[in-house]
Design a protein around this ligand. Structure first.
Ligand SMILES: NC(=O)c1ccc[n+]([C@@H]2O[C@H](COP(=O)([O-])OP(=O)(O)OC[C@H]3O[C@@H](n4cnc5c(N)ncnc54)[C@H](OP(=O)(O)O)[C@@H]3O)[C@@H](O)[C@H]2O)c1
Length: 294
């Protein structure tokens, strides 16, 4: 018999989580602020709790997935609800900050609850599939306890560390990579439109270029980890050719009157590195100019 789980929040993601738990055979209780959104879950076999307090009382494991940590706090930090959390395992799957995860862990401990903080690196359609990725941090013994439940949510559950803030920290780091690519694509689209290049051509070019970009990103991460900033025999490209090519883009954007908010940021990082004498070093040397190391 699978353990009973309660899920707070029946938005797009929370609903997917609850469906996956039902599919894995967990007796599942759900609650949502707007009750109508819980109806499809009731039809699929979930119990619908009339209050957060009842949902928490129904199961030893409580999964929370609402819009942000403030919303979570408004639900759990009610006196009656907090009183019912003793002995429960809270799995917070709402997106948040590292400090938010750490603070929530401390608060949960003071209520006598065990706590894991998770970040979901997947869209709802991946939940319950082998490719569903969840990052989880918190006490390792508690992770072992929650492993089976988390396994029902995705085939790629990764324990990131004992510090409860780490899952959110890595989530933000990965999202930074993703937005780099997405905002880069917005710039490409603007350039293509300004130069009357069909976006289908750009799509095909992206398919051809993506493996090159992937190789560059992997190399950048590896070299930064090793602190190999000087150009050497394995350097793929130094700062200098990147900076020249970058200026072709800036000149084109200026000539066509395109928004240069993003390239203004790139320029600032390039300038810091070049002024510090890194023009002929590996591109990875720029990683020293993106803020304070941990
Ligand atoms: N969707 C994704 O692809 C995805 C991927 C990774 C992570 N996530 C994370 O998953 C979380 C939920 O995302 P979602 O896509 O499911 O969003 P969503 O569809 O907009 O649902 C938001 C949920 O939060 C609830 N909520 C908001 N404020 C509340 C409050 N003050 N009190 C009680 N409930 C409140 C909403 O209740 P009502 O129905 O009553 O408004 C709803 O259940 C977010 O932290 C998001 O970053 C989502």
């Amino acid at each position: 018999m699978q353990p009973a789980i309660s899920v707070l929040g029946m938005g797009r993601m929370g609903s997917a989580l609850a469906h996956a738990l039902l599919k894995a055979g967990h007796p599942t209780t759900v609650w949502n602020r707007t009750p109508a959104k819980a109806a499809p879950l009731a039809a699929a076999g979930a119990e619908v709790a009339a209050s957060v307090r009842n949902a928490v009382a129904a199961s030893e494991v409580v999964i929370v997935n609402v819009s942000d940590y403030q919303a979570t706090q408004s639900l759990l930090r009610d006196k009656e609800v907090a009183g019912a959390l003793e002995g429960r395992l809270i799995i917070e799957l709402t997106s948040g900050t590292p400090d938010g995860g750490r603070e929530a862990h401390g608060w949960a401990q003071r209520q006598g609850a065990r706590y894991l903080d998770g970040a979901i690196l997947a869209t709802p359609d991946f939940i319950g599939t082998e490719a569903g990725t969840l990052l989880v941090s918190g006490p390792s013994a508690v992770f072992e306890e929650g492993r089976n439940v988390l396994g029902a949510l995705g085939g790629n559950v990764q324990f990131i560390g004992e510090d409860p803030g780490l899952a959110n920290a890595l989530d933000s780091a990965v999202l930074a990579l993703m937005w780099g690519a997405l905002f880069g694509a917005l710039q490409s689209i603007a350039v293509c439109r300004a130069e009357a290049i069909d976006l289908g051509v750009l799509a095909r070019q992206w398919t051809a270029t993506a493996p090159v970009v992937e190789g560059l990103v992997s190399d950048l991460i590896k070299r930064s980890a090793a602190g190999r900033y000087d150009a050497d025999a394995e350097t793929l490209s130094s700062v200098s050719p990147h900076y020249s090519a970058f200026h072709h883009l800036v000149d084109l954007m200026e000539a066509r009157g395109l928004d240069r908010t993003i390239t203004g940021g790139y320029e600032a990082i390039f300038r810091r590195a070049i002024e510090a004498g890194h023009l002929h070093d590996d591109f990875a040397s720029l990683s020293q100019f993106m803020g304070q190391p941990a």
